[in-house]
Design a protein around this ligand. Structure first.
Ligand SMILES: Cc1cc2nc3c(=O)[nH]c(=O)nc-3n(C[C@H](O)[C@H](O)[C@H](O)COP(=O)(O)OP(=O)(O)OC[C@H]3O[C@@H](n4cnc5c(N)ncnc54)[C@H](O)[C@@H]3O)c2cc1C
Length: 357
């Protein structure tokens, strides 16, 4: 019997496990094999791998600095914003840290003390809750078994099974599907590109350089049309003048875009952290800072004991809800085509970038 079972060892789950290790018997489960470097063909997290200033701030609050091997060139100082509807672009100064997301996750896991029991390469298939005892059904390479815990945390990301099982009521978290491909390039572009194309999506697309590769992705409404919209999106980028070589990888993931009142940190007697709860920016899809911050909030709420922890966590996350409200209020300036055109044409806060050719 564990005190706490955490499903998901992404940034939220790994951070929570680390912060709780000295106080509780913790079981940390992930379907990825996070104990080793990702082998070719392994399940990896589909992500842009940019650490925004908010994420940098939480890392600082956690007393952490990034090891060199997590960084990936080029480091980026501007966002190139392209409105494909208007064939118009501007550059804006931003301070991201460009990282290898898989290495980042494995580094966070390497900080988890040995007293935490790790169950990697293991999938949660479901759980049952009875009289304060939670029974988890786990699966690894065809064999199934059960583990028990007194407290369950869902840190299992956008498509959280813990969240889906915790309620019989349909959840109305706005959900997108992100499709992302990696291409070889000769010269890495020295910027992150944010792309708006209203015929393709009411959210946005991106290109992000990683060493000699370029990530090309877009967040789309889920459905059968997603694939053809992705192809249309790439075609529009090529017509706009972007170019890339051979494709090396294709990946996809669900992505949440919550309204301010939508995140559910506590549901059916379990706690949810990170994107499983709906903690992610609805304007930029930046989720790492929310994953780390919500894990810190739950860890603090659990320090006095398991009793009352859910109530304390629910209360503590009021601040995150306010933060999401702010992001939702900011969204129209980015996603309303008329307002965006006005903002971009004004040139306000933009930076002039000389061509390097
Ligand atoms: C395409 C894309 C690009 C993004 N780019 C950025 C970016 O550049 N910067 C940024 O800050 N955010 C970005 N985000 C958002 C960010 O990736 C997430 O919000 C963040 O990873 C959430 O962290 P988490 O720990 O809550 O969940 P995750 O990182 O999703 O971790 C969940 C973990 O749970 C495990 N898991 C899931 N289900 C099960 C199960 N049934 N059994 C066992 N294990 C399970 C998974 O293997 C995974 O390790 C992006 C998201 C997408 C989709």
């Amino acid at each position: 019997m564990y005190d706490i079972a955490i499903v998901g060892a992404g940034p939220a789950g790994a951070t929570l496990a680390r912060l709780l290790a000295s106080r509780y018997q913790v079981l940390l489960i992930d379907r990825r094999d996070l104990a080793h470097q990702a082998s070719p063909g392994a399940i990896t997290k589909c992500c842009g791998g940019l650490l925004a200033p908010d994420a940098q701030k939480v890392l600082a609050e956690l007393g952490l600095g990034l090891p060199e091997e997590v960084l990936v060139g080029p480091q980026l100082f501007v966002v190139r914003t392209i409105d494909l509807d208007q064939s118009y672009e501007r550059y804006y100064q931003r301070f991201y840290v460009n990282i290898d997301r898989e290495k980042f996750d494995r580094w966070l896991v390497s900080l988890v003390p040995d007293s935490v029991t790790r169950c990697f390469g293991t999938t949660l298939c479901g759980y049952q809750s009875e009289q304060g005892e939670i029974t988890l059904t786990l699966q690894q390479a065809g064999s199934r078994w059960q583990e028990k815990a007194r407290f369950l945390v869902g840190a299992d990301g956008a498509n959280s099974l813990v969240r889906r099982q915790a309620t019989t009521t349909a959840m109305h978290l706005r959900q997108y599907v992100a499709i992302q491909e990696r291409f070889r390039v000769e010269q890495p572009m020295p910027y992150f590109t944010a792309l708006f194309a209203s015929r393709v999506t009411d959210f946005y697309g991106w290109t992000i350089p990683k060493r000699n590769e370029l990530l090309v992705g877009v967040a789309l409404k889920p459905g059968r049309q997603a694939e053809s919209l992705f192809q249309d999106f790439k075609l529009r980028l090529l017509r706009y003048g972007l170019s890339w070589g051979e494709r090396t990888r294709r990946e996809g993931a669900f992505l949440l875009r919550p309204q301010a009142n939508q995140p559910l940190p506590v549901l059916g007697g379990v706690a949810l952290v990170g994107e499983a709860a709906g903690w992610i920016s609805p304007s930029s899809a930046e989720g790492v800072s929310y994953a780390l911050r919500s894990a810190m909030m739950l860890a603090d709420s659990l320090q006095p004991g398991l009793a009352g922890a859910l109530g304390r966590y629910q209360k503590a996350t009021g601040r995150l809800r306010l933060n999401l409200l702010g992001k939702n209020l900011k969204s129209p300036a980015m996603y309303n085509p008329q307002l965006r055109t006005l903002a971009m044409r004004s040139g306000l806060l933009s930076v002039k970038v000389r061509s390097t050719n």
